[in-house]
Unconditional design. Structure first.
Lengths: 308, 495
């Protein structure tokens, strides 16, 4: 009973509980018999001058039920926690029950997952049962950030566009789910140069994906892009080993347009995907990775609306 | 203050005086917990007894028979708690349809109010399961142990072979009926034909075992042993129905004026009872012997009386034998007994404001329930917005919101649906949604709604109310789109 500093409270609660149970029985014994005036239907009690209490005896089986409740309470307190900090002879706890039920559920699912463990992602993507399980796992664990259609939103990557920060092979996806990822871009404003240089680089970045841009500024920015190339590569195609995004496609995780890119260069960004190996078993992660993989690989039967 | 000499204390009397007063009086010690007096009701035949037996047959044929009825290749009445589908003949109800159960319960309650206001404890006397099962159990008891006197003699007698045999046979018969009742009860929640097969291999699941035995135990205990104790001490309806009673409510009434003074007399005597100074009651005590709650109806209206009319049946028999007119104990109202109403007077007094109010509320709720059931949609839709990201920008400034629609097929055929949106200019589905569901299936469908940048700018930032329209394809017609469900939600445009 960690709620209390000293075990005096525990003793107090236990004593109060036991005394209350005994008091119930004592009260029953005292109240079961009563002196009355013969041939008088009242108990002799009078209130407010003329309000009398009729003697309407309860049936005896009712008294039996009352005693049974007291006995039940005694048995309950022996078996389960309740009497102060006593654990009870069954050593039951809600956490223990949860663990036992979870263990039982995992045991029930074990044969199903065992079947899936041997299957590669491409095979799982064609298995309706696996995809059903994958979808439920996704909705319960992933959709909070990536959206229930897995297409993400600003700051949360779209998982359906086959554009991967850390790699799109099923094993890599499984690793991302299990261990999490931390994508870190440092503030690069000083390294690039002055404010104009930053704007020029932003225009250059826009030009990489063929987006509308100022071509003169882009040419000027190209010279300053060297600071970015360490991670994003000279051609701007990114580096999946570092989680550095490809800048030559039209996927704008943190916003599109000069303003957003300038802010990104000046401020940097640390974006975290939490690790899930504590929440999900390796077998679950295997199925979930296959589900995520199927979202951007055709043949899964899942229609993906093209993103412009 | 009718008896001040004994009971009343002078105002301001202190406790000492009170104690002294009660000590002075002769006292006796009584137990406040009364041993149950076993009641041996005598069997009775007559009009009302026949009515009761008719209702026993009707209610029990329905109860025991319904689960065996098949419908479209499945059990006609099945409450599948695990799958949360409630099959009632042609319709499939979801937990969301609980409003209909509420309506049914309200109709039942109001019917009880109406019947009670007009004719007292009709439910208690004829149709209540407690009465019905007690009647069945007493019939078994009578077949095996004999009628009232034989049973009393058997109970008082020693435990000889005859008594052991009869008691054993009775218990065995009771337990069999009780177990079959428990089995039938469970058969409403788990397919009864499978359950019947399982019964022979004792292959029930743990909850089936529990409920079969628990319901059987309750039936056995209540109908075999508790009997009138249930009505007297447990039943809440027995307690609160006094609120529906008034002096024009039909009760089982003893005609005091006609019956008193009671007394025995030679049968078929030429001397009229009045000349002997006697009323019509011959004080045979049969009305007390047949009473299942062990009261004497001649003491007037009592809370124990369940209105079973056994005393009416038996007294009418006695009156016939005495060549007196029937109805010394009869269905009458308190006003009718006192003011000598004719039958038409009683009927006229039945139409009083209380009855009309109960009746009109009952009719309203019943009509609402029937209309509601008739207009019930063959499918249901729930809309849940994605919680974490309210909106996202896709492509070149288009605003997209994500929703999950749960579509529930509440019919026994497969259904096809399409989804549309309305209520906000420029709002469209990102991709058309066409869903096909199997019978009684429910599925979550992810729906993305999209609005182009210009429309989003003119609508302005914030949450805008809009409506999902889910349409059901009507396969009976030429593939027209039929019944539609409208569900409100919002579309969020970010700043």
């Amino acid at each position: 009973m960690s709620d209390f500093v000293s075990n005096g409270w525990s003793v107090f609660v236990a004593a109060a509980t036991v005394l209350s149970l005994i008091a119930c029985l004592v009260l029953l014994a005292i109240a079961s018999r009563r002196k009355v005036i013969p041939n008088d239907p009242t108990t002799g009690h009078i209130w407010d001058e003329d309000l009398r209490e009729l003697n309407n005896p309860l049936p005896r089986w009712w008294m039996g039920l009352f005693i049974i409740t007291v006995l039940f309470a005694g048995a309950y307190l022996m078996l389960y926690p309740g009497l102060g900090s006593m654990a009870g002879s069954l050593s039951w706890s809600s956490a223990g029950q949860y663990d036992a039920e979870e263990k039982a559920a995992r045991a029930t699912m074990a044969p199903v997952y065992a079947k899936f463990a041997a299957m590669p992602a491409a095979a799982l993507a064609k298995d309706a049962q696996a995809m059903g399980i994958g979808e439920r796992l996704f909705l319960n664990n992933c959709s909070g950030c990536h959206g229930s259609d897995a297409r993400g939103s600003k700051g949360f990557p779209d998982l359906t566009d086959n554009d991967w920060l850390w790699g799109g092979a099923p094993e890599t996806i499984a690793l991302t789910i299990a261990k999490g990822r931390t994508g870190m871009m440092p503030p690069m404003g000083a390294a690039v140069g002055n404010a104009d240089d930053v704007k020029n680089v932003a225009q250059y970045v826009l030009s990489l994906s063929g987006s509308p841009h100022d071509s003169v500024a882009a040419q000027l920015g190209k010279a300053k892009f060297g600071a970015c190339a360490a991670c994003h590569g000279l051609d701007g195609k990114g580096n999946q080993a570092l989680g550095a995004p490809n800048l030559t496609d039209k996927v704008w995780l943190h916003g599109w347009g000069e303003e957003a890119i300038v802010a990104q260069i000046n401020n940097g960004k640390t974006n975290v995907m939490p690790a899930h190996e504590q929440r999900l078993s390796p077998e679950q992660i295997h199925v979930l990775a296959a589900y995520v993989w199927s979202k951007s690989n055709s043949g899964s039967g899942t229609a993906v609306a093209p993103k412009q | 203050m009718s008896d001040p000499a004994v009971r009343a204390l002078p105002a301001g009397a202190d406790q000492t005086t009170a104690d002294a007063a009660s000590d002075d009086a002769a006292t006796a010690v009584v137990s406040l917990y009364q041993k149950q007096q076993k009641i041996y009701p005598r069997s009775v035949q007559g009009l009302f007894s026949s009515w009761r037996w008719a209702l026993v047959w009707v209610t029990q044929l329905v109860f025991y028979g319904l689960p065996w009825l098949q419908w479209n290749g499945r059990q006609a009445l099945l409450f599948d708690l695990a799958a949360r589908r409630f099959y009632i003949f042609g319709s499939v109800l979801y937990p969301q349809d609980f409003i209909y159960l509420t309506g049914l319960l309200v109709v039942s309650a109001l019917s009880l109010f109406l019947f009670t206001a007009v004719a007292g404890r009709l439910w208690c006397g004829y149709a209540c399961p407690q009465t019905v099962y007690t009647e069945m159990f007493m019939w078994i008891e009578r077949r095996i142990e004999g009628d009232r006197v034989a049973r009393m003699r058997l109970d008082a007698g020693p435990w000889n072979a005859n008594k052991i045999w009869r008691k054993t046979a009775k218990q065995a018969a009771w337990i069999s009926v009780a177990l079959f009742t428990g089995f039938t009860f469970v058969g409403y929640f788990t397919p009864i034909r499978t359950l019947w097969a399982e019964a022979f291999t004792l292959g029930f699941g743990p909850w089936e075992w529990f409920w079969v035995n628990f319901y059987a135990f309750a039936t056995y205990g209540n109908a075999g042993f508790m009997r009138e104790q249930v009505c007297k001490y447990m039943c809440p309806y027995a307690r609160f129905q006094s609120a529906m009673f008034d002096r024009d409510t039909l009760i089982i009434g003893y005609d005091v004026e006609r019956g008193e003074p009671r007394g025995s007399r030679p049968r078929n005597s030429a001397i009229a009872p009045r000349e002997r100074g006697l009323g019509d009651c011959i004080n045979c005590g049969l009305c007390v012997q047949v009473c299942p709650t062990g009261i004497d109806i001649r003491n007037g209206l009592q809370y124990e009386c369940i209105g079973c009319a056994a005393c009416v049946d038996v007294c009418d028999d006695v009156m016939d034998k005495m060549n007196y007119p029937r109805g010394l104990v009869r269905y009458a109202t308190q006003n009718a007994l006192r003011q000598h109403y004719t039958r038409s007077d009683i009927v006229r007094h039945a139409l009083r404001p209380r009855v009309l109010v109960y009746g009109s509320i009952l009719a309203t709720v019943a009509i609402a329930l029937v209309v509601g059931m008739a207009l019930r949609s063959p499918f249901r839709v729930d809309v849940v917005r994605d919680r974490a990201s309210l909106a996202r920008i896709v492509g070149e400034g288009e605003v997209e919101n994500l929703y999950r629609l749960q579509i529930m097929n509440a019919a026994e055929q497969g259904q096809r649906y399409r989804v549309d949106v309305a209520g906000l200019p420029g709002l469209v589905l990102a991709a058309p949604i066409d869903v096909t569901l199997g019978a009684a299936e429910a599925r979550w469908v992810t729906v993305a709604l999209r609005m182009d940048a210009a429309a989003a700018r003119s609508a302005g930032p914030g949450a805008h109310p809009m409506v999902f329209r889910v349409e059901l394809r009507d396969d009976r017609g030429a593939g027209d789109w039929g019944a539609a469900q409208l569900e409100k939600s919002t579309f969020v445009i970010p700043r």
